[in-house]
Design a protein around this ligand. Sequence first.
Ligand SMILES: Cc1cc2nc3c(=O)[nH]c(=O)nc-3n(C[C@H](O)[C@H](O)[C@H](O)COP(=O)(O)OP(=O)(O)OC[C@H]3O[C@@H](n4cnc5c(N)ncnc54)[C@H](O)[C@@H]3O)c2cc1C
Length: 441
Amino acid sequence: MMELKNGSKIAIVGGGPAGAFSAFFLLDLAKQVDLDIQVDIFEPRDFTLTGPRGCNMCGGVISESLVQKFASDGIHLPDNVLIDTIDAYTLHTDSSSVRIKAPKNEKRIACIFRGAGPKGAENQLPIPWSSFDDHLLSLAIEKGAEHFKTRVTGIAWDRGRPRLSWGENNHTTYDLVVGCVGLNSPALKLFIDLDFGYKPPKSTKAYVSELYFGEYEVVRLLEHSMHVFLLNIPGVKFIAITPKGDYATMIILGDNIDQNLVKQVFQAPEVQKCLPVGWEVPVQTCHCQPHINIGAPSNPFGDRVVLVGDCSSSRLYKDGIGAAYRLAKAMAYAAISHGVEKESFRRFYQPACSKLDWDNRLGHIIFFGDSLMRPATFIQEAILAVIKEEQNREDTTPRLSAALWDTFTGSSSYKKIIISSMYPMVVFKLIWHSVKRLFGV
Ligand SMILES: Cc1cc2nc3c(=O)[nH]c(=O)nc-3n(C[C@H](O)[C@H](O)[C@H](O)COP(=O)(O)OP(=O)(O)OC[C@H]3O[C@@H](n4cnc5c(N)ncnc54)[C@H](O)[C@@H]3O)c2cc1C
């Protein structure tokens, strides 16, 4: 048995959400069982900086239910981390749009910045918000983790234990190494080269940009709503514009988004309605093209090594932060309660990964079905008609509205989304409205 003992040393490579949650739960559980362990987090990025230097590149949307789950574990997000809250989203198709109110049990979506804000935000000092990643890292440090502000450059086996190297000739051997390096780091190769069978998940390039309109224009154009676009642009799965104070965050997800697709998105008439008139994307706009997880990893654990977060399993196109939180919790339970050998991770960590991987297969089916239906305008119109009906009537359960809300906010699994949109009355209404539009009834 490879059990952790008093004085055992754990290294966490990467201090983004997965790394901070991992440290938090490892130290929390260790305290509960009176175990005195050392947790070192290696993270070179300074999350208190604006622009790419401080940012882990993401849309920054988290659901209210996730914020509540965090709180139940003692992870409280202060008001200056939660920049904007949204209580509706607007669904746009090529032909029309509809505003969807938050379902009753899911009051809002929270918006965060991963770093201290977009490039250029430092010019509006004092910056009114705080970094989400910096807050999580501070909570892990408060729990007792030590932060090494440096990049790990090597991992090798030292008589069965992983040995980390960094800086000029620094190295330490650990009892467990937790890899939380995301998908945008060459450090993935360090874990592949450890030869325990790890293969990173499949990923594709997405697009994020922070559009500066000023707060007045953001509120006027977006009306405290997240705008989701299901447009017939081949290769684009979905587009979202989210209000965040003075900025609107644009996310484009699809298959290897390139500059040509980005240009087509900005020129789409429905998107233009959410931009100030005559507005063109300034050259210096803070933007990036990070990798997003769209598959399952192979063997994300071995003896004394485990991967958590985006470099392991995640949620397809949504709720990556929630997935990192769940996996970190499962990993910490396995390591503290059952030991750090492969078998312990297989029994107590793998189920959490498999749950996400299976649900993502259903997610792929939903997005595949959506891509087939996208060119059929009559189906898009039927979907909008059913949603409008649900939104205008207080006496019906807004099942389709709720299913779409969950698809884009990550409040629910893809399995639950399929079940609620397969409800006989929803299917009947969709067929009825499609037939009406197809035959011009
Ligand atoms: C376009 C896009 C939009 C998204 N929108 C959302 C959203 O709205 N909501 C949501 O919940 N999720 C969203 N996600 C997913 C979310 O960003 C990820 O799931 C989340 O960041 C995963 O956290 P992580 O800690 O695993 O990885 P990361 O956040 O990538 O963190 C990895 C960390 O490892 C560090 N690191 C890398 N190499 C080394 C090394 N050698 N040594 C030390 N440290 C190292 C990096 O500096 C970094 O801080 C989005 C993703 C993309 C691509």
